[in-house]
Design a protein around this ligand. Structure first.
Ligand SMILES: [Zn+2]
Length: 340
């Protein structure tokens, strides 16, 4: 396992100190699996101002398609060959087709009837229950024998900085035979890794990170939690890897509860930095992909400028796919560790 990096230095004449020379360090990190690069630079204190939530949320429930007074009237239904009853229901959670699908089989699952749940009030039981509803959908879809039932993915965009236009907590749930970009890169690279080294990359990563400890957060059940070595997010990413699991459908009920617990720990820790939004994606292999392990990424999102709604993604990330992280992942680990 090679954790490569390239050190850089920038010299400026600093007006705050009579134009004295000042050296600013930065680092380019290479992801050990895909060789994707990520820049640790633009250092700043990881502290943001939260918005006035009352003002932000006020009135949004009136137009919200996921609130209980509208959901059963406004949301679409699956055709009977996919979900006989049209929508899948688990108490106050509803799963229905995504009206703006990314692929042929796309669903949305609401995480209950409550319109706005502050990040630190999202209970692990609620997350696990929503995951279970999505898992039921994946299983039912698999049992139809449809060829799209290969990669079963749950994504979560929580609050507007993450790209969500709806406040009401919900998951994106989809099955596809086509792995999305980064997931596909990882699967291809993990396959080559296994052919070359005769071991599983993810097992090796968990072993190396657990022994090293600098990015290790903790282990819950058989899920290991780390800060990512070459993160995608400006405030780092939390990575969770599940031992012995190749694909989403191999997750047990206990795994789902453990993952939910870990996610709420990440939320509690980032909340202290003023973060109130995140993306979360499942990364899964196909059923027989022995070269991979199920993992997920939790990536905190923020506005650089709250008043202007300046996104945390600029040209370097958007068009070069080059990430910028404003603190070392080892330091971010120290900031998050107290929750584990
Ligand atoms: Zn709502």
């Amino acid at each position: 396992m090679k954790f490569e990096s390239v050190q850089k230095k920038t010299v400026i004449l600093n007006p705050a100190e009579n134009m004295a020379r000042k050296t600013i360090p930065s680092e380019i990190r290479i992801d050990p699996l895909t060789r994707r690069s990520s820049r640790i630079c633009h250092f700043m204190k990881l502290k943001w101002e939260k918005p006035d939530f009352d003002k932000l949320i006020s009135g949004t429930e009136k137009m919200c398609p996921f609130c209980p007074d509208k959901i059963m009237k406004i949301t679409p239904c699956f055709p009977p060959e996919i979900v006989e009853e049209g929508r899948m229901i688990s108490d106050d959670m509803v799963l229905f087709p995504n009206i703006a699908p990314y692929d042929s089989i796309g669903a949305v699952a609401t995480m209950g009837s409550r319109h706005y749940i502050p990040m630190t009030e999202i209970e692990p039981e609620r997350i696990a229950k929503a995951f279970r509803l999505a898992m039921d959908f994946f299983r039912r879809f698999r049992d139809t024998g449809n060829e799209e039932s290969v990669y079963n993915i749950i994504n979560w965009n929580y609050m507007p900085p993450s790209g969500s236009s709806i406040i009401h907590p919900h998951l994106q749930v989809f099955s596809s035979s086509f792995a999305p970009n980064l997931m596909r890169n990882e699967l291809d690279a993990a396959k080559i890794y296994m052919e070359t080294s005769r071991t599983n990359y993810w097992d090796d990563l968990v072993k190396a990170e657990t022994a090293d400890g600098r990015r290790f957060l903790g282990k819950i059940g058989r899920t290991t939690w780390l800060t990512a070595y070459a993160p995608l997010g400006v405030a780092g990413d939390v990575l969770a890897v599940v031992d012995g699991v190749r694909c989403t459908l191999e997750l047990t009920d206990d795994d789902l509860s453990d993952i939910a617990k870990g996610l709420t720990k990440a939320m509690a820790a980032y909340d202290k930095m003023g973060i109130y939004s995140f993306n979360m994606n499942f990364f899964t292999g196909a059923e027989t992909d022995d070269h991979t392990r199920f993992h997920l990424l939790f990536s905190p999102r923020t506005f650089f400028n709250q008043a202007l709604a300046t996104p945390d993604i600029g040209a370097i990330q958007r068009l070069f796919n080059e990430s910028v992280c404003m603190a070392f992942p080892e330091d971010i680990r120290d900031m998050l560790k107290s929750e584990w």
